[in-house]
Design a protein around this ligand. Sequence first.
Ligand SMILES: Cc1cc2nc3c(=O)[nH]c(=O)nc-3n(C[C@H](O)[C@H](O)[C@H](O)COP(=O)(O)OP(=O)(O)OC[C@H]3O[C@@H](n4cnc5c(N)ncnc54)[C@H](O)[C@@H]3O)c2cc1C
Length: 321
Amino acid sequence: MRIAIIGAGFSGLAAAWNLLNLKNQVTVFDLFSEGASAIAAGLLHPYVGEEGRRSLFATEAMQKTAELLHIATRSLREDVCREGIIRIAQNEKQRKAYKNHCVIFKDVIDLGKDRFLVKSGKTVFCKRYLQGMRLAIAEKGGQCIAEKILDLEQLKNFDQIVVAAGASIRDFPEFEQLKLKFIKGQVLTCEIPSDLQIERSLVGKGYIATSHKPEICHVGATYECHDLTGTVDLLHTQNLLFTKASSFYPAIWKLKPIDCSSAIRVMRQGHYLPIVTKISSRVWVITAMGSRGLLYHAYFGEKLAQVIEGTITPPFQELMH
Ligand SMILES: Cc1cc2nc3c(=O)[nH]c(=O)nc-3n(C[C@H](O)[C@H](O)[C@H](O)COP(=O)(O)OP(=O)(O)OC[C@H]3O[C@@H](n4cnc5c(N)ncnc54)[C@H](O)[C@@H]3O)c2cc1C
């Protein structure tokens, strides 16, 4: 089949890779400028969310993401992630949840003072990872074209179309019936002074994520921000994010912000699982990765490819809305 994919973020590239593996001809369209994946902090672990619970399908999803990270690393010939994340329990509920994970899943180690090392966690260097995946896709015969698709009619020569357009899904009237919500996220890029060292990403009330450069980190938090425009106010954001992060990392005020980026997270209303579904005879959508883009894109990208190919088996079908 000839398949067009709109969007080269985590979802679009995972779908592309898996569709290529099933011997399809795949073309990915993106202007490579406006997605959430390129600015994501890169935190990948199974315990996303306020309560620190293990996310649904976490084991399979972590495994699938690890496979794609390996593929991107191989094509790029550079590391695209770093192992281990430290989660700081902020309340009794989280403390209990993490102590439980230490016993049940054994991928968490209690470091004391409310600090828990999530051994299975990783910090992904998102821009590098996306670059590595684009290379891997090209090596496998897929095409990535720098073009913005304004109307699905432009893709009438393709047998199937996958829309993985992130927040820009709002530009396509075909998807109005999906129950989505949109939340802006902001992330500060900061210089770490030479007298400080941040070896592993820290996640508490907000997060400090390491990068591929030891002197640079990203500071962010998930919070409701009703202004959905691309505007960012560095000083205001610094105040907000540093205040949150100071609860688990008091030295935060020594970091020097050098840039601030923003993008929109797309979430499903009422549940945190993404949406993977068929919209019409040849149009599919993969969206609503929320804050779990890195956890879920590879797993659901593979499911989408299988369902397009017709090889899907229940119970996955029940998850499609
Ligand atoms: C500040 C911030 C920090 C985050 N941190 C993390 C994190 O640490 N860990 C984590 O797991 N998740 C994180 N997330 C969430 C994560 O970024 C998203 O879940 C994920 O990026 C969604 O991927 P996607 O491919 O579905 O969408 P996107 O990444 O938004 O990709 C959509 C792509 O489609 C392209 N596109 C849109 N319209 C068109 C069109 N008409 N034609 C062609 N191309 C088009 C866009 O340019 C874009 O590249 C964060 C999000 C934000 C905003």
